[in-house]
Write a protein that binds this ligand. Structure first.
Ligand SMILES: [Zn+2]
Length: 236
């Protein structure tokens, strides 16, 4: 299946937390969805790289996405020419129309580095003189929210995909709080019940702003274009 949307994450679970509902919605509507994790999360406090790989595979299966891996180094994510070339090669291979990236400003520096790398690679992937293969530039790059809040450019109603998003988060049993499957290990911010509750609370907050039960907010440098009829509830 061809790829319509590619979601990029610095660490396994970033994509699922930030835009898992949007991806699951698109996959269930028949669009081609892909995820690439830029690292295996090998520097994480909990869970080995192997564990996180199998968790990521299970989460991608729940969402209905194909899964790809790059190895740019967890905890000091590299974003040099070599890494940019590897991401450009993947963009040219998958030819997504839309790319979803980590946000430009966030608590973890790897997220900010992943944002800059993704934005640059999406532009350069369309430059024929750069690298190998046929140029392809995605039409848009939107950032999903992980930790730091931002003023959204738009909010996606993910109410119907909320169950899939929760099951994708449950797949990360070594990372995220799961009432059914407690995991031993040092406590971390994201492994606390409070963090899991905050993910739901935030989705309820942004959903409520657009008249939905659950919503996922997105940011971009410029707003998306809409059709006049979409102001009246028609197709965007
Ligand atoms: Zn992360």
């Amino acid at each position: 299946m061809s790829t319509d949307v590619l979601a990029v994450g610095a660490h396994p679970d970033d994509v699922e937390l930030g835009c898992g509902g949007t991806l699951a919605s698109l996959a269930s509507a028949g669009y081609g969805v892909a995820i690439v994790h830029l690292t295996a999360g090998e520097a994480g406090t909990r869970g080995t790289a192997e564990t996180r790989r199998s968790e990521a595979e299970a989460a991608a299966a729940v969402i209905g996405a194909s899964l790809h891996w790059l190895d740019f180094g967890d905890g000091g994510l590299r974003r040099g020419d070599r890494e940019e070339d590897e991401l450009i090669a993947l963009l040219r291979q998958l030819t997504p129309q839309v790319v979803l990236s980590p946000p430009p400003r966030d608590r973890h520096p790897d997220h900010e580095r992943a944002h800059a790398l993704t934005k640059d690679a999406c532009f350069y992937a369309g430059v024929g003189a750069r690298g190998q293969g046929r140029p392809h530039r995605p039409q848009a790059v939107w950032s999903y929210m992980i930790h730091h809040p931002f003023e959204p450019r738009f909010i996606v109603d993910v109410t119907r995909a909320w169950d899939a998003k929760c099951r994708a988060m449950d797949a990360y049993a070594s990372q995220l709080y799961n009432s059914k499957k407690p995991v031993e290990g040092p406590p971390t911010r994201v492994s606390s019940p409070g963090f899991r509750a905050s993910v739901e609370g935030r989705a309820r907050h942004y959903g409520e702003l657009v008249g939905a039960e659950f919503g996922e907010p997105f940011f971009g440098e410029i707003p998306p274009g809409v059709t006049a009829s979409s102001l009246l509830g028609g197709p965007a």
